[in-house]
Ligand binder design. Structure first.
Ligand code: TYM
Length: 344
């Protein structure tokens, strides 16, 4: 039976503004996992081009994600930080997975339905096949754990389905090629925590998103202390004081969101936050929230800007990261080719 050593893979698209949802849902987990696991953190630029991108902006955005990783405390020596397009094996394995995944599976992807909207006939084929590339990202490194926000859960489930089908369809060839069990692990999503789904500051029913036209809907990683304070103070709330227990958050999405954000920022639980602030008015709670948000994010934005002003440094990290990633990816891709019956 194959034993897969624990390995972490995750990625962020270089599109729009990096925000508090990306930070709490993903990056904070990366920073913690680097202490215990071998990790690869990718800038998924091939996913970004599934929709139209301005080439000049895209190049900046790729560097900005790498800068955000490093500014948040992801160590580029200890971990592999790289961009997806610099390791050709991602696209190579994605093609194989296009041939493994079923049309019906992809038709069920809610994120595709949301993104394509009514204009389904006019979106790129890449947008539809997006989850196959994501499965390739993860499985190319036979990664076992994938830290992501709640919105990526369905995509990771699809990656598991693809891994399972590949293992089954090619079971005999996998054994014939010297493996004594499944070739791909079934990767586990790491989603837990109070900020797995950070909502818009303007509407507790909408996810905080890079593409929301209202800048007041999100706290950007690049925001300075003043902008953070302004956005938190303007955040939508209701008229009641904060409840003392979790049950009291039911039907109060904005309150629930701010409590979850606070909890995640102090690395605590929502219960602890309500123990401290239950009965308080939002004005007082928001002051405390500004304080913890600025303490945690204030330095990240500044460091990101400093790194973005040194593109040669970032490009060098990406180039070295890609080399290290390729050293892991190539043997896996070669084995996949052998298993499929392709000649190399
Ligand atoms: P992306 O670029 O949309 O988001 C990057 C990460 O941020 C998380 N996230 C959130 N978490 C909590 N609350 C929110 N409002 C919020 N918004 C975004 C996302 O869940 C994600 O973890 N398809 C992926 C990128 C990707 C990937 C991968 C991830 C490509 N290949 C392989 C993991 C493994 C995406 O578009 O994430």
């Amino acid at each position: 039976m194959t034993i897969f050593p624990e390995r972490v893979f995750s990625g962020i698209q270089p599109t729009g503004h990096l925000h508090l949802g990306n930070y709490l849902g993903a990056i904070v987990k990366f920073v913690a996992l680097q202490e215990t696991h071998e990790c690869l953190f990718c800038v998924v630029d091939l996913h970004a081009i599934t929709v139209a991108q301005d080439p000049v902006e895209l190049r900046k955005a790729i560097r900005r994600i790498a800068a955000a990783y490093i500014a948040s405390g992801v160590d580029p020596v200890k971990n592999i930080i790289f961009s997806q397009s610099q390791v050709g094996e991602h696209a190579e394995l994605a093609w194989v997975f296009n041939c493994v995944a079923r049309l019906g599976w992809l038709n069920r992807m809610t994120q595709f339905k949301e993104k394509a909207g009514k204009d389904r006939e006019n979106v790129s084929v890449g947008l539809f096949a997006y989850p196959d590339l994501m499965a390739a990202d993860i499985l190319l490194y036979r990664a076992t754990h994938v830290p992501v926000g709640e919105d990526q859960k369905q995509h990771i489930e699809l990656a598991r389905d693809i891994a399972h089908k590949f293992n089954n369809d090619f079971a005999a060839s996998i054994v014939a090629n010297g493996h004594d069990g499944p070739f791909f692990p079934l990767p586990e999503p790491l989603i837990q925590g109070p900020a797995a789904r950070v909502m818009s500051l303007r509407d507790g029913a909408k996810k905080m998103s890079k593409s929301d036209p209202s800048d007041f809907s999100r706290i950007n990683l690049s925001d300075d202390a003043e902008a953070i304070a302004q956005k938190v103070r303007k955040a939508k709330t209701d008229a009641e004081p904060l409840p003392c227990e979790i049950a009291g958050l039911a039907g109060r999405p904005e309150a629930e969101n701010l409590v979850g954000i606070y909890a995640a920022l102090v690395d605590g639980s929502r219960e602890d936050v309500l123990l401290e602030f239950g009965g308080a008015q939002f004005s007082a709670f928001k002051n405390a929230l500004v304080e913890v948000a600025v303490a945690k994010l204030g330095s990240v934005g500044g460091e990101m800007r400093r790194l973005e002003n040194d593109p040669a440094y970032i490009d060098n990290i990406l180039r070295e990261g890609a080399q290290r990633a390729r050293n892991l990816a190539r043997p896996v891709m070669d084995q996949v080719k052998d298993i499929l019956g392709l000649i190399r």
